[in-house]
Each structure stands twice: as structure tokens, then as C-alpha cells.
Design a protein around this ligand. Structure first.
Ligand SMILES: [Zn+2]
Length: 181
């Protein structure tokens, strides 16, 4: 069973936007939810923090930077580390990237790219959602966040976790990378 992508991302966007009128460059949002054997990780970052700009890519270099950021976001091992004892297997990865979507759209649709919800008000974000199934979820004690290495412009990750231990929020940074689950 998978949620429709649009529904999943719409829910995440609304929640993120309710908390912050506009995103802050260098600050990403992380949401981790553990229910039974299923672990869901959602990550949203200002595009500027990933690639250094937030406008539509205008040359080959900027297209390449976007493609590289997407490839990194799909490579979960570069972003997060889970306890090996938990035996988690990545089941799905969903990416939302405004300019990549605009690039693939027919010309007529590309004209509407300014209406894209992830590129409102002169800002743009990239979002990723990952679903894992874990053999021994009781071994999931911490999530180590590696995005500070993968995307060095990231200086803060505002994290929230929901698990059998309840709900908690924590701010991570390059010196503090462990999110207790
Ligand atoms: Zn921005």
C-alpha cells in the first residue's frame, strides 16, 4: 500500500508551511515516523541549500547541479544512517523537485511553473520521502543525519520524530547529528 505521491507531499508541505511563513536558507526539515515495522523519513530542504540557487535552471551547469542533488537525495546512505541491527530495507523513495518537473513538462505546461507550490514567493524546495521496512524495529534507537556532509550548505536540521515513545522535536547541526528515536 502506498499513498498517492501528491497526497503525501501535499500533507508534508502544508505542515511545513504552517510552521514557517518562508523557509530559511541553510535550514532543512526532517520528519521521522515509526509505526510497527514501517519507518518513514521525510526531508525538505530549500533548493538554495542543495544547489546554491532557487530559480529555474538557465544553463547546463545548473541542470547538472539539480540532477546531482536529486541523485544524492536518492542515495539514502549519503543522507542518513540507521542502526544495522534494525535490519531496515528501503522500500520506496519519492522526490519532489520543481525545476526538474518543469523541465520534463511540455512547453505549454512549463509556462505555469510559477504556480508550482514548491516554488512560491521566489523560493523553491526539494522534498524527499523514504519508506523502510525493518526486521527488528526495537533496535531503532537513533538516526544519524549525514546531510551536513552531503549538502555542506546545510547548517541546521529541524527534526521531529513520532514513535511508540511519543512525539519529540530536536534541532540538529553539524556537531549534533544523532536523532533519538
Ligand atoms: Zn529560498
Amino acid at each position: 500500500m502506498r499513498l498517492p505521491l501528491a497526497l503525501l507531499l501535499t500533507c508534508f508541505c502544508s505542515a511545513a508551511h504552517a510552521q514557517h511563513a518562508a523557509h530559511e536558507h541553510g535550514v532543512a526539515e526532517l520528519r521521522v515516523a515509526l509505526e510497527g515495522r514501517m519507518l518513514q523519513i521525510e526531508y525538505a530542504s530549500p533548493l538554495d541549500t542543495l544547489v546554491g540557487f532557487e530559480h529555474a535552471p538557465s544553463d547546463e551547469r545548473q541542470h547538472r547541479l539539480l540532477a546531482e542533488a536529486e541523485a544524492t537525495l536518492r542515495n539514502i546512505g549519503r543522507l542518513f544512517r540507521l542502526p544495522a541491527a534494525a535490519g531496515c530495507v528501503l522500500k520506496t523513495v519519492e522526490l519532489s523537485s520543481p525545476w526538474a518537473l518543469a523541465r520534463q513538462a511540455p512547453a505549454a505546461e512549463a509556462e505555469h511553473e510559477h504556480d508550482h507550490p514548491h516554488a512560491a514567493g521566489g523560493h523553491a524546495e526539494m522534498e524527499a520521502a523514504y519508506t523502510f521496512e525493518c526486521d527488528r524495529p526495537q533496535a531503532l534507537d537513533t538516526l544519524e543525519v549525514l546531510v551536513f556532509d552531503a549538502f555542506p550548505r546545510t547548517r541546521e536540521v529541524r527534526a521531529e520524530r513520532v514513535s511508540g515513545r511519543g512525539q519529540a522535536a530536536q534541532v540538529l547541526n553539524p556537531q549534533r547529528r544523532q536523532l533519538p528515536l
